[in-house]
Design a protein around this ligand. Structure first.
Ligand code: ADP
Length: 156
């Protein structure tokens, strides 16, 4: 049976750190669905549609990765899509505690879903979507933190 994982997040925007998790995940799963969750933008930086478009462009040449948006609970979206694995990245102990809390609730509500947490490679631990938003806000082009050096201004 094909192993498919959902990699859920806000991805506002998708970073080279997120890509490192997808790349590692492709060693475990046949396909990864990057799920852009929630309709609320953290401060109106990027619309959900543009976040999905950026991820689609990053993985244009990889038919094992697709981007989708969803407005429901992550577990419900997994059931809808028939997905049994949730992939998440962990940078530090703060992420660990946060991810563990979500995992425990999901385990109770969606027992058929297994959460797979991957360690972030050290060169990416300081990278976050919020750092990119901050750089862009002050006029600094954050392209080295976006996969393929993509220019974020085409997605705002
Ligand atoms: P959320 O708002 O749901 O935390 P994010 O878009 O911030 O969504 O992150 C999605 C996932 O990617 C989370 O599991 C997060 O821990 C992980 N992640 C965020 N930044 C990095 C990074 N630099 N390297 C690896 N994983 C990361």
């Amino acid at each position: 049976m094909e192993r498919v994982a959902l990699f859920p997040g806000s991805f506002e925007p998708f970073t080279i750190g997120h890509k490192a998790i997808v790349d590692q995940g492709l060693g475990i799963f046949d396909r990864i669905v990057v799920g852009v969750g929630g309709n609320e933008s953290k401060g109106g930086f990027m619309s959900v549609a543009n976040r999905v478009r950026l991820i689609e462009d990053i993985f244009r040449d990889n038919d094992r990765v697709e981007a989708r948006s969803y407005g429901s609970l992550t577990g419900e979206f997994c059931r809808e899509m028939n997905i049994r694995f949730i992939l998440r990245g962990m940078r530090n102990t703060v992420d660990y505690e946060y991810e563990r809390g979500i995992m425990l609730v999901n385990q109770r509500l969606y027992p058929e879903i297994t959460t797979v947490l991957l360690f972030t490679p050290p060169e990416y631990v300081a990278i976050s979507s919020s750092v990119i938003r901050e750089l862009a806000h002050f006029g600094k082009d954050p392209r080295e933190l976006i996969p393929n050096n993509i220019e974020i201004k085409n997605y705002l």
